[in-house]
Each structure stands twice: as structure tokens, then as C-alpha cells.
Design a protein around this ligand. Structure first.
Ligand code: SF4
Length: 350
């Protein structure tokens, strides 16, 4: 089976001890069954040492954090002592894979880099477009014939990539049209063959949505505030945003910021559009970017994120707090859907 990844994939190397935000700190890191079995059966004093750093059999298997929330195997240089002492076999699947993600389709495996990591946030925000996929060594899984719906969705996705990246329209307008596209395609799911033409036509004209108001900005922030929060830094940013909900509706940003935001949008589409659309949900993966990018852009503004590294940090925090918590992501997507639905009422009645 073919194996594809974004062109920037090969440029990723974990920053390890140079990372300001090590991903082995502040999370509950789950252990897959094979690695748990390896730890459970490792002999001798080293086995006892390995087991002292994880939860016991019969419980949810994960690495135990110390009082500061650091994985107990992390040394003072932020390097993994389980790896240093035992080797790669002591690394759980998540430790080997993070921050990569994989989406399997009938004929292709698509891999990507998640936005939650300091280095990938830099790569995603700064790699100039157009977004392209490059071949990795083939995946051993056998390829199947893609069904026609998958082929149609790929055509739609390609159009969305190009549309999001094209600076001919202000980003705010591109996002409005994308949200409108989600509703339109969802209502025409019964005619899959017609979706590419409908996509082209919908993106070419202003969205039939009500204009955004300050109440919409407040609602977006409230949706983010109601989710479980992991870090004080994120909490502080959301608090800053409260005083000016209109920041979340900014009509436009500078060209550099708009390009960065559109690359985050492309990342979200690459990661979520096909898996959700194949299950019949075209609306939420096309509405999610507008809600996410308006939130990130508003927090850039309120947080005074002038430097690219500050903007990358806020995008990474968004990903860690909302995208990488399944519960938070689902709730935020639901909120984004009803947020967009309220502005789409005139369209729905068509
Ligand atoms: S956040 Fe990224 S760069 Fe930092 S330690 Fe984790 S994988 Fe490495």
C-alpha cells in the first residue's frame, strides 16, 4: 500500500533536551498492551525499576508522573532513562510515534505530524505552500480498490487545500466560505458524484451566512472556556480574551499571519476531513477550521503574539488543549457546529 505524508514530514526531528515543552510532562501517557507486557515480564532489578514507573496490571496502564507531572523516566536533561537503560523496546508505542498520526484508507496510508509539538508547530506554520504529499516507503498492508466516494472526497479535499492557501481573498472570507461549504455539501450527500462541482461553485461565491457579531465571538470563547483545561498558560490566554470577544472576529490579519493560519487550516483538513467525511459527516470537518482559526487568531491578538515563535506556541497550546483531548475536540466541534448553524439558518431553509 502506498504511504504518503506532507512534504515537511522528513524535516521533523524531536528537539529532545532542547525542547521547551517536553511532551513527557503534564500528560497522562498511556501504555499499549505489548509494551505493558514487556515491562511486566522484564526480569531482575531492571524489571523492578521499569515497573516502578508504570501503573500495575489490572489498572489503566500508563506511565506514572512525579509530583511535578513529569514522566518518572525523564531525567534532568529531559531524556528518557528507560530508553537509555533498556533500549527502544522500553518505549511505548505512543513514545515512538508521537507526534505522528496515521489515517488508513483503502489504497493509501496517510501519515502526518500533529500540531501539539513545539517542533511540528514550527514546521506546520512556516513551511510555505502549496501543501503537497510525498511518498514514504510503502506500507506492508495490502491495498484495496478505493470506492468512488473516497475518490470524490479526495477531489473535494484538494480543492479545499488550494482554496484555503490562496491569498486572493482575505482569510476571514475563505473561512466563511469553507463553513458554508460544509453545510452545502452535507445537504447534498445523496448525490456524491455532484459534490466536486458543487464545491467549486460554492467556494466561488460569498457564503450565504449571517454576518458575525460580537455575541458570536463571546460564544466561541465560552465554548473554549467550558472545556477541561490542562495548563495555566492556556487558562491565562482565555482569560485575556474575555475582555475583547471581538478579537475573535478580526476581519483580517497581516499576510504572514494569514499564511500561518491557512496552513493550520490545511493541517486540520488533511487530518480530519477524509476520516469524518467517509462516515458521512462533511459538515464538522469543514466548520472546525473557522472556529479553531478564529480562536487561535484572537488569542494571538490578545496574547500579544508578535513573534512567529509566540504564534507557534499558541497554536501548539490550542492543539494540546483542544485537539489532542478527544473529549475536548468533540465538544469544541459540536460547539463549532452549532455556532456555524446559527449563522447558517437562512441557508438551511433553502
Ligand atoms: S514536544 Fe515535540 S520536540 Fe518537544 S520533546 Fe515532544 S516530540 Fe520532541
Amino acid at each position: 500500500m502506498k504511504h504518503l505524508a506532507p512534504a515537511y514530514y522528513g524535516a521533523f526531528t524531536c528537539l529532545a533536551d532542547r525542547c521547551r515543552d517536553n511532551c513527557c510532562i503534564g500528560w497522562e501517557i498511556g501504555i499499549d498492551p505489548d509494551t505493558a507486557a514487556f515491562y511486566d515480564s522484564f526480569p531482575g532489578e531492571t524489571g523492578d525499576w521499569l515497573r516502578s514507573g508504570i501503573t500495575p496490571p489490572g489498572t489503566d496502564r500508563c506511565f506514572l508522573p512525579d509530583a511535578g507531572g513529569r514522566c518518572r523516566f525523564l531525567n534532568e536533561k529531559n531524556l528518557c532513562t528507560a530508553y537509555l537503560r533498556v533500549g527502544e523496546q522500553a518505549m511505548a508505542e505512543i513514545c515512538r510515534e508521537h507526534p505522528r498520526f496515521h489515517n488508513w484508507y483503502a489504497d493509501v496510508l496517510e501519515t502526518g505530524l500533529g500540531l501539539c509539538c513545539e517542533e511540528t508547530a514550527r514546521l506546520i506554520l512556516t513551511t510555505p505552500g502549496p501543501f503537497t504529499l510525498t511518498g514514504l516507503p510503502d506500507c506492508p498492508d495490502e491495498a484495496e480498490e478505493p470506492d468512488p466516494f473516497l475518490t470524490v472526497l479526495r477531489t473535494v479535499r484538494k480543492m479545499v487545500f488550494r482554496f484555503l492557501e490562496d491569498p486572493a481573498l482575505p482569510l476571514a472570507e475563505r473561512l466563511r466560505r469553507l463553513t458554508g461549504l460544509g453545510w452545502t455539501l452535507q445537504h447534498h450527500l445523496a448525490d456524491p458524484a455532484g459534490l466536486p462541482a458543487l464545491c467549486r461553485e460554492t467556494l466561488a461565491k460569498p457564503a450565504a451566512l449571517s454576518p458575525l457579531t460580537e455575541a458570536d465571538g463571546r460564544e466561541l470563547l465560552t465554548a473554549a472556556r467550558e472545556l477541561e483545561r490542562l495548563s495555566d498558560e492556556w487558562e491565562a490566554l482565555l482569560t485575556l480574551g474575555e475582555s475583547t470577544p471581538s478579537a475573535f472576529l478580526s476581519p483580517s490579519a497581516g499576510p504572514e499571519e494569514e499564511a500561518e493560519l491557512s496552513r493550520i487550516g490545511v493541517y486540520l483538513i488533511y487530518r480530519y476531513f477524509l476520516p469524518l467525511a467517509l462516515d458521512g459527516d462533511l459538515c464538522s470537518p469543514l466548520c472546525f477550521p473557522e472556529a479553531a482559526l478564529r480562536l487561535i487568531r484572537g488569542l494571538w491578538q490578545r496574547g500579544g503574539a508578535v513573534q512567529p515563535t509566540e504564534r507557534q506556541r499558541i497554536a501548539q497550546l490550542f492543539s494540546k488543549e483542544i485537539e489532542y483531548s478527544e473529549e475536548n475536540r468533540e465538544e469544541f466541534c459540536q460547539a463549532a457546529l452549532s455556532w456555524c448553524a446559527r449563522q447558517s439558518r437562512p441557508h438551511q431553509e433553502v
